[in-house]
Design a protein around this ligand. Structure first.
Ligand SMILES: Nc1ncnc2c1ncn2[C@@H]1O[C@H](COP(=O)(O)OP(=O)(O)O)[C@@H](O)[C@H]1O
Ligand SMILES: [Mg+2]
Length: 242
């Protein structure tokens, strides 16, 4: 297996005349949790949009497993390949139960050949992972905000993604919910998976990330440990600088 899960090269994204991403290069390895941080408008969500095939860059490549250029693939091809995304705003099916939501998230292409019992076992496993086993029969619409976030992560986990992207997973969560989310993210870390987390909460990033990439105006300002990011002068200036 390739050791680099996602390799971004010479990436340029423009919206009209606005340059959202400029000649960006990032390499994310299997086995790591990488946090992408940076001020509002730095290009973090845009980067996830390019990796997931939602936004097409003006130039550059995004290699998955070192060979597959995701900028040439459709959103569904990218998802089926195991590159999956949880969006910023939870979008669970309120009128379905927690179990039905996780079942709906199991990637059809991935599982269509498998027996029903195996799918059910996987759904049970995911319910356990995201801590919603006792809520399996409840309607998703009745869940607390934090539980909805975990449910949506569960919907993405059904297909055992190789690249898991989370956009601001602890926005609006209580301290206790944030703590549980940190434990969940760490528990999902695996040699067969790369986890990319876009987040504002620095203490959360400190707890989950092996490395951080600090974006500023669509470029990499810093890459390394969160501890070193906190003491980097340029990072302090544009971001942590209080
Ligand atoms: N579809 C779009 N059309 C025009 N401008 C956009 C679009 N998406 C993002 N932008 C702009 O690109 C910049 C980067 O946005 P974004 O990637 O969402 O930032 P971040 O997630 O780091 O806060 C922002 O200035 C934003 O307004
Ligand atoms: Mg964003």
């Amino acid at each position: 297996m390739a050791s680099v899960a996602i390799l971004v090269q010479s990436l340029d994204v423009r919206f009209g005349t606005f340059q959202a991403i400029s000649q960006l290069a990032v390499a994310i390895d299997y086995g790591e949790v990488r946090a992408i941080i940076g001020p509002n408008g730095a290009g973090k969500t845009t980067l996830l949009d390019v990796i997931s095939g939602i936004t097409r860059p003006q130039s550059g490549q995004v290699f998955f497993d070192e060979t597959v250029d995701l900028t040439q693939r459709s959103r569904s091809e990218i998802a089926r390949a195991g590159v999956r995304r949880k969006f910023q705003k939870p979008s669970v099916f309120d009128a379905l139960t927690v179990r039905e939501n996780i079942d709906a998230g199991v990637e059809p292409g991935f599982w269509s050949q498998r027996p029903k019992s195996e799918i059910k076992a996987r759904v049970d496993e995911v319910l356990e992972m995201v801590g919603l086993k006792d809520d399996a029969g409840r309607l998703a619409g009745e869940l607390a905000h934090g539980q909805k976030q975990w449910l949506e992560i569960g919907m993405v986990l059904g297909s055992n993604p190789k690249v898991l992207m989370l956009d601001e997973p602890v926005a609006g969560l209580t301290d206790e919910e944030t703590e549980r989310t940190a434990k969940l993210v760490r528990s999902l870390r695996s040699p067969q998976r790369a986890i990319i987390v876009v987040e504002h909460d620095m203490d959360f990033v400190d707890r989950i990330a092996d490395r951080v990439t600090v974006l500023h105006e669509g470029r990499t300002l810093f890459e390394g440990s969160m501890a070193n990011a906190r003491t980097d002068e340029r990072v302090m200036e544009v971001y942590l600088g209080r």
